[in-house]
Design a protein around this ligand. Structure first.
Ligand code: ADP
Ligand code: ZN
Ligand code: ZN
Length: 754
């Protein structure tokens, strides 16, 4: 007998090995096997098929061992999904295998023995002596730090909600506690006296659950109706879109649905665009589902991934899996529902490396393979999904009211060009925004300020000759960061010193143009010296975005400044004002999705205002107050926005009226990259028709890490089957390769680019 095996190597084939007799009964599709490969190398592969056809032309090696015993690592449904991913993404089986299987499950004789060290985080919990907070005897807090100890203990009780929930307090990190009460000696005394205790957990692991499961809150009548509507849809359709405005309680509806599916013995996969920012959701779910759930994403340690995987293939799998896009690759034995929350988010798309899949589309495929249902949820659905919903391909359920009928925020559009001319602007701030923030602060409320660029200033430029400081290896201008006093490349991360004088003309008048979140932070601190200000972006995040978010949630900070990271599904109770500092930079994205992204981003950021008590206010500052998209954001007019977008897309033949694939040509030598790309585009135009092929073009960043990049966009008609599209692209690439010398040049394919 022989087995066809997927191996993690960059070749577009499966490999055939002989099955030794004693391994025959265990070598079945989905089992992991250990095989020799090349000179003395050994690899783990996945069996996809067994048969009796001896491959000819070369010697066939033996499988060395079968690594799976009782439970298969890869389920039949997963094999089907992997096959689909490989075709859809035009990548190799090995690419898919590497993306799916945690490296801990695919030992390789070449690699050193998992040099992996888990990252941990330290948490605080009640110690032995803290038995009852009502009767805690504060006189036992002694020593020089007694007062601080009491403060700290009170803080801990507050942060953990210990009084309301003594058996199952919220997890509190040591860092968050010390941030709130800056005395490590007080903390040490509390620990020494057994009042508090520290424990360590791997980052990303769910803190142990105390076993106090609560029922979710009752749904409001409007939510109840949506809930029933979704279930009704699922009677006839496999996919349903829940279009619910921000803070309408979509998450609560998900929780009720999940409960029903689990009660019937099913598994639920809950996908979020960026798990890193969703500790909030995790805690909400954990209160209802306790130990039945797990979390899976790319920041999880290898240990956790292997653990989750093994538990899922075993006899007692988790019922609820909360994950980022990569969780679609998990082995799910009883999948019955997938929820894709914030389905419009571009971060569901995997950019690099292959497979360049879209988490939402893959989820829909996975559900259909498993006979499960998919619920897409968003306040600002993607143009494609909403189109599928109104055409009847998906079900559609709408929720137009916020929970408790709080009105959607009042949105004001402020013309900064005019204000600047009349000298009313104070730096980046209009008087309207300043007044709103002032109001919020004096009423004990909070504000969020959004800007889509981090760093201090956009570029460093010579005032005399126009020279711009750029990265040596990427074709992109640098961003100046004041905190590090250096200019950095946001593509490759390299840092540079800002020169004293212009290297091109020697002039000393270098100036910094544009601005980023660092500069906003500086100006805010000057305008509102009493306010406690925090910044959340990729620069600050490494130092602990979780504590930045929890501090803001607990009211320890007043103003939160941030990039996209503040727009994503965060639920703060006390934010009355949201400011968008410069809408122009959001609207100027060089892409056919520019307007869609601008609408989604602004509506989502705006949705952070006034969620719990009263209507919030949003100030959008812009130099183009007449831009049509702003008016639609102001009126919360999603339907109008969708309609105008469809007209534009139809006129230019973009999705949903066509299916896009981007072919990227890369190489170190610019002239040969250009020549190959031009030939390839001509070959593609022969096969698809000239008006369906755009390019080659240099993308906005046309060189990254010394490699030049050219892109060709293919707009295939909807009547052409996906596999025909793939076949034709392959044909054009082969033809190009046969006529050109393509040494050193690589091609990559991106289906449904975002
Ligand atoms: P969305 O996901 O639509 O943005 P959420 O589910 O986060 O909305 O709900 C917004 C806020 O209102 C949350 O704090 C949530 O706990 C609260 N909420 C929503 N529905 C209910 C309900 N039926 N009972 C109690 N609280 C609710
Ligand atoms: Zn100069
Ligand atoms: Zn660079």
């Amino acid at each position: 007998m022989y087995a066809d095996i997927i191996l993690p190597v960059p070749l577009n084939i499966t490999f055939t090995y002989r099955i030794p007799e004693q391994l025959e009964h265990r070598t079945v599709p989905g089992a992991r096997v250990y095989v020799p490969f090349g000179k003395g190398r050994r690899l783990t592969g996945i069996v996809v098929r067994t048969h009796s056809v001896r491959p000819d032309g070369h010697t066939v090696k033996d499988i060395l061992a079968v690594l799976d015993d009782v439970y298969l690592s890869v389920l039949p449904n997963q094999l089907k999904l992997m096959q689909w991913l490989r075709d859809y993404c035009m990548c190799t089986p090995g690419d898919v295998m590497k993306a799916a299987l945690p490296s801990g499950l695919r030992p390789d004789s070449g690699a050193n023995e998992h040099p992996y060290k888990p990252k941990t985080e330290i948490f605080v919990k009640p110690g032995e002596k803290l038995t009852n907070i009502e009767s805690t005897d504060y006189s036992s807090l002694t020593g020089k730090t007694a007062v601080r100890q009491k403060e700290m203990l009170d803080k801990y009780v507050e942060l953990s909600c210990l009084a309301e929930n003594p058996l199952n307090p919220n997890p509190v990190t040591k860092k968050a506690l010390l941030n709130a009460c800056k005395s490590s000696s007080a903390l040490n005394s509390l620990i020494g006296n057994g009042i508090l205790e520290l424990y360590e957990l791997e980052t990303g692991r769910l803190p142990e659950f105390g076993g106090h499961i609560q029922d979710p809150p009752q749904l409001s009548p409007a939510q109840q109706k949506a809930f029933a509507g979704i279930k009704d849809c699922f009677r006839t359709k496999n996919v349903c879109l829940l279009h619910g405005v921000t803070s309408s309680g979509k998450t609560e509806i998900y929780i009720h649905l999940i409960r029903e599916h689990i009660a019937k013995g099913g598994q639920v996969l809950y996908l979020l665009p960026e798990i890193a920012l969703t500790t909030q959701i995790m805690h909400r779910l954990q209160k209802v589902f306790g130990g039945d759930m797990c979390v899976y994403h790319s920041r999880c340690s290898e240990n956790i991934r292997v653990e989750v995987w093994n538990r899922l293939t075993g006899p007692n799998p988790y019922k609820l899996i909360l994950g980022a896009r990569s969780a679609v690759m998990l082995p799910l034995q009883k999948l019955s529902l997938i929820i894709v929350d914030e389905e419009h988010e571009p971060s569901f798309k995997q950019e690099d490396p292959a497979p360049r899949y879209h988490g939402r589309n893959t989820a829909i495929m996975l559900a259909s393979i498993c006979g499960a249902k998919t619920l897409l949820g968003s306040a600002t659905p993607s143009i494609e999904s909403y189109s599928n919903a109104i055409s009847g391909k998906y079900g559609l359920v709408t929720l137009e009211q916020r929970f408790r009928n709080i009105r959607l925020p009042l949105i004001d559009i402020v013309d900064t060009a005019d204000l600047r001319r009349r000298k009313y602007m104070q730096g980046l701030f209009s008087p309207m925004l300043i007044e709103q923030i002032d109001n919020a602060l004096s009423n004990g409320k909070q504000a969020i300020l959004f800007h889509n660029r981090r760093g201090y200033s956009g570029t460093v430029e010579c005032h005399d000759c126009g020279w711009v400081q750029k990265c040596d290896c990427c074709d992109v201008s640098l961003t100046f960061h004041k905190t590090t006093d250096s200019a950095s490349c946001h593509y490759c991360g390299r840092r540079y010193k800002v020169p004293e004088a212009c290297p091109s003309c020697g002039s000393k008048s270098l100036r910094k143009r544009g601005f980023g979140t660092e500069r906003i932070e500086e100006e805010v601190s000057a305008l509102f010296p009493k306010a406690r200000v925090a910044r959340l972006d990729l620069d600050s995040s490494k130092a602990g975005y979780e504590s930045i978010i929890s501090d803001f949630q607990e009211g320890l900070t007043d103003i939160l400044i941030g990039t996209q990271m503040v727009s994503k599904g965060l639920d703060f109770d006390n934010v009355s004002v949201v400011g968008i500092i410069e809408a122009d930079s959001i609207m100027s994205y060089p892409d056919f999705r520019a307007t869609e992204r601008a609408y989604q981003l602004m509506a989502q950021v705006a949705g952070r205002a006034g969620r719990k008590e009263s209507q919030g206010t949003v100030i959008i500052q812009t130099r183009q107050p007449d831009a049509p998209v702003l008016e639609m954001v102001r009126r919360h007019d999603y339907k109008g926005f969708h309609k105008t977008q469809l007209q534009e897309r139809l006129a230019f033949n973009y999705p949903p009226y066509s299916r896009l694939t981007i072919v990227t040509v890369k190489g170190t030598e610019q002239s040969s990259v250009e020549k190959t790309a031009t030939n390839l585009a001509a070959n593609l135009a022969d096969l698809f028709g000239p008006d369906r092929v755009l390019g080659p073009d240099a993308p906005p960043v046309s060189k990254i890490q010394y490699r030049h990049i050219r892109r060709i966009i293919i707009k295939a008609g909807l009547d052409m089957a996906t596999w025909t599209v793939r076949e034709r692209i392959n044909e054009a690439v082969s033809k190009t390769a046969s006529t050109d010398s393509i040494a050193g040049i690589s091609f990559s394919f991106d289906p449904d680019p975002q």
